[in-house]
Design a protein around this ligand. Structure first.
Ligand code: PAF
Length: 286
């Protein structure tokens, strides 16, 4: 496994693999890797000849007052995890290498970015879209792999590669969970033992939403929201539910009356457990 820190050096590697006809996969990460990332790497490696993992905590996707400085980092541990998972290359640039002294260009996707997370993290998806465009330009993967946990990020990136005709494909892989249902996330390290236990309520209320829609045939989204937030209040009264929304999984438009809708449904939520912000979702067909 080779660790590369320079953009130009990586672009030469990418050019070589493009000419060789080998299929290259990218797993973009911000490091502090967990089982979710490992399962992405394993799938990417199984489906392609060459596996690249990028490790870069991208400052432009963190807003003011968010946890960029505090974001967990352990690069040596990450290298070992990548090597064990079969990575061929790690791209691990410094912030100065990625953005230089000044950067005047950003990639901004409209519509799908303005809902859900958009209300709470203004500018976040500009940072994500810009850094992912840069990573795709540098590593030129045939496919790149991300987890379903960041459903809105996936919708934004799918829109972006379609709108900008970027020659790659986003493969979305299932969310890997703790035994109690809590979605694996690098930020879970900030949770206390008690918060981790109580956070099982999040996956529970997502599944309850699905059950009410598919089994109880409830079509009033407001009813489902009230029901879910009541359960969360009982199970984890100190958690603050920021949103719990039922949308389609393409434009992420809210579906208020489910009786009129058939297709893929995304129920997504964001919740604060103390100072840690957790997101999760469930996707199913109606
Ligand atoms: O999902 C993440 O870890 C990040 O948003 C990504 C895609 C690596 C871009 O920084």
């Amino acid at each position: 496994m080779k660790v590369v820190k320079e953009i130009r050096a990586f672009q030469q590697i990418s050019e070589f693999y493009k000419c060789s006809g080998k299929s290259v996969a990218l797993v973009p990460t911000m490091g502090f890797l967990h089982e979710g990332h490992i399962s992405l790497m394993q799938k990417a490696k199984a489906e392609n000849d060459i596996l690249i993992v990028s490790i870069f905590v991208n400052p432009t996707q963190f807003g003011k007052g968010e946890d960029f400085d505090k974001y967990p980092r352990d690069i040596i541990r990450d290298f070992h995890i990548c090597e064990k998972a079969g990575a061929d290359y790690i791209f691990n640039p410094e912030v100065s290498e990625m953005y230089g002294e000044k950067s005047f260009t950003k990639v901004s996707v409209s519509n799908v970015t303005e809902k859900l997370e958009g209300d709470f993290r203004p500018g976040h998806f500009d940072g994500v879209a810009t850094v992912v465009t840069k990573l795709l330009n540098i590593t030129a993967p045939r496919k790149f792999y991300l987890g379903q946990k960041d459903a809105q990020q996936n919708a934004v990136l799918k829109r972006m590669i379609r709108d900008l005709n970027i020659d790659t494909e986003l493969i979305v892989c299932e969310t890997i969970r703790e035994q109690n249902g809590l979605a694996k996330s690098s930020r879970n390290t900030f949770l206390t033992h008690e918060q981790k236990q109580k956070a099982s309520a999040l996956y529970f209320i997502l599944n309850e939403g699905k059950r009410l829609i598919l089994e109880e045939k409830i079509s009033d989204a407001d009813f489902i929201y009230d029901y879910a937030s009541e359960i969360l209040k009982e199970k984890a009264p100190e958690f603050e539910l920021q949103y719990y929304k039922i949308t389609d999984n393409y434009f992420l438009d809210e579906i208020k009356d489910l009786s009129l809708y058939n297709g893929e449904i995304l129920i997504s939520l964001a919740c604060k457990a103390g100072s840690t912000r957790l997101i999760d979702n469930i996707i199913f067909l109606k």
